[in-house]
Design a protein around this ligand. Sequence first.
Ligand code: HEC
Length: 143
Amino acid sequence: MNQKSQAKKITATLAAALPLALAAGTACAQNGLAGQPEPATQIAQTAPQMAQAAPAAQPAPTGLALAQQQNCMSCHSVNRAFMGPALRDVASKYASKPDAPTYLVHKIMEGSNGVWGTVPMPANTQLSPAQAATLARWILTLK
Ligand code: HEC
């Protein structure tokens, strides 16, 4: 690979890394990353311009906010069973199991029946695997 195309590739990588760098902005600055030589300096210099051009980035919702947004709370509550089990009970049941996050991601996405009673949970097909993982991790913190 010649130097030019390598430089191009680096630029492309930087562009891809920018949103991340923006999100991690303060943390990076505190860790002294922004003061390091290339390529962190380049990101730090470009970031303010990008921030002006792009509309204000909304952080992705997590935990309860994500569960509310994804309709989970129309059948679940943290503390009380109604349509579905209380999420705190789900956490108590699985939190000590090493494969709990994977198991719950699968159940959240595919649906569930026969574990907590006779009412089935339909598949939550609107979720991305990342959203399901975020929800599973949050539920497991509730016990
Ligand atoms: C239409 C109602 C309904 C909605 C919407 C719903 N659930 Fe459920 N959920 C249930 C029911 C009912 C059960 C119990 C199913 C069973 O007994 O296997 C359940 C079970 C679960 C379980 C336990 C599964 C197991 O194997 O023990 C988890 C975790 C869960 N739901 C998370 C979620 C999340 C996260 C969402 C939102 C993306 C969601 N649910 C949306 C009704 C619902």
